[in-house]
Design a protein around this ligand. Structure first.
Ligand SMILES: [Zn+2]
Ligand SMILES: [Zn+2]
Length: 134
């Protein structure tokens, strides 16, 4: 367990891996429902209006979008979110569909690599022997 600073209220807390403290997580869950209901009723809205009308901070709305819990109801996400790999506009999450595909297929490859048996130990180390953690 690590002590980290909460992304939202900046207080230190004991984290199990997340970046938000339990109090903020609870608040985010409530905000999520508020924003989700708002978007459901006002389909073509943008984040400024949503934030103003629901009184949910933009930071939290962005967080929910990046987590993929909220989706902006326009294909390019009103330019609010961009794919972290190819910089294309997206409407939810961190990556566009194509990059998600790439990432998950390379992850599959990693998993497959891990399943491979140990490399042969008798291979002579000719090139790398003089290299020390450069
Ligand atoms: Zn917090
Ligand atoms: Zn992409």
């Amino acid at each position: 367990m690590n002590i980290v600073q909460c992304t939202f209220c900046k207080k230190p807390f004991a984290s199990l891996g997340g970046r938000a403290c339990p109090a903020c997580l609870e608040q985010i869950d409530k905000d999520f429902i508020t924003v989700r209901d708002y978007i459901y009723e006002h389909k073509h809205s943008n984040i400024d209006i949503i934030s103003k009308e629901t009184e949910v901070p933009k930071q939290i709305i962005m967080h929910l979008l990046k987590e993929g819990r909220l989706i902006i109801d326009s294909p390019d996400g009103d330019g609010l979110l961009i794919c972290e790999m190819c910089k294309k506009p997206i409407n939810t999450g961190r990556l566009c569909k194509e990059c998600m595909g790439k990432v998950s297929s390379s992850m599959d490859k990693n998993v497959a690599d891990h399943k491979k048996p140990e490399p042969k130990p008798e291979e002579p180390n000719i090139k790398g022997s003089a290299k020390i953690n450069s």
